[in-house]
Design a protein around this ligand. Structure first.
Ligand SMILES: NC(=O)CC[C@H](N)C(=O)O
Length: 250
């Protein structure tokens, strides 16, 4: 029997529809690609992509995307809807695959660098400290070609056109935290953005993964390039087949 996989996009605020569209495109790509030799045709999963606004909807999901938007607003709305604790449980106890883009990455960080406004509620799951709005205001948004090694096939892949809008960066990985749940291994740095040339260039960490939790500073959903969605969705399929836990891609 084909496995059914439900992927949610947290729909409190931000780029929800764009993620749903690229997830559909990624699924079509996966379903039309030749299956690995050892798998049977009926092993192909069936996907449902759905918006998540309630704990009940979250409970239906095998995996979740937290989109870009405004992390402070998203946290306030999540708290009002009784979603913060279920989200923490989903990420850190059930270890289901979760991907945060931009504000979503902020939500998944265990720490945010102190800001004037003071603290904000986080979901956590990534042992990193992020700095919000590293590159300035909305007007300073930009697109940069990133070499993302995890997407490369035979060294021929095009750089990924990454859209940065009031983007956070990861300031420090593998920070010490008080949290009790463990078992995800170290944080892997999967993407770096370099401003300027050569050794003088300033390098910022813009993509990280720690076990089931993946985060990007930029917005892949604002391009029509589905490569990162395909890559992530394949990991979701593997995680569901192997009982829900991805430890550093193993
Ligand atoms: N494009 C975005 O998601 C912006 C993120 C926003 N600056 C925040 O800190 O939440």
């Amino acid at each position: 029997m084909a496995k059914h996989i439900t992927v949610g996009v947290l729909a409190l605020q931000g780029g929800v529809v764009e993620h749903l569209n690229l997830l559909r495109k990624a699924a079509a790509h996966i379903l039309s690609s030749p299956p690995p030799p050892e798998s049977k045709a009926e092993d192909l999963p069936e996907f449902t992509f759905t918006e998540v606004r309630t704990p009940q909807q979250l409970a239906q999901c095998d995996a979740l995307i937290i989109p870009g938007g405004e992390s402070t607003t998203m946290a306030i709305v999540a708290q009002r809807l009784g979603l913060l604790e279920p989200l923490r449980e989903f990420v850190k106890v059930q270890h289901k695959p979760v991907w945060g883009t931009c504000a979503g990455l902020v939500m998944l960080a265990e720490q945010v660098s102190a800001t004037k406004q003071g603290g904000q509620e986080l979901v956590g799951g990534l042992d990193v400290r992020v700095l919000r709005n590293k590159f300035g205001t909305q007007l300073q948004s930009f697109v940069a070609g990133l070499e993302l090694g995890f997407l490369e096939k035979g060294g021929e892949a095009e750089p990924f056109r990454a859209v940065f809008i009031r983007a956070p960066v990861v300031e420090e990985v593998n920070i010490a935290t008080q949290r009790e749940e463990k078992g995800n291994g170290p944080v892997e740095v999967l993407g770096v953005y370099q401003q300027g040339q050569g050794k003088e260039g300033n390098k910022d960490i813009v993509a990280v993964r720690q076990g089931n939790v993946f985060g990007t500073s930029f917005h892949p959903e604002l391009t029509d390039d589905a490569r990162i969605h395909v890559w992530w969705l394949r990991q979701v399929v593997d995680a569901v087949r192997h009982g829900g836990l991805v430890i550093n891609g193993a």
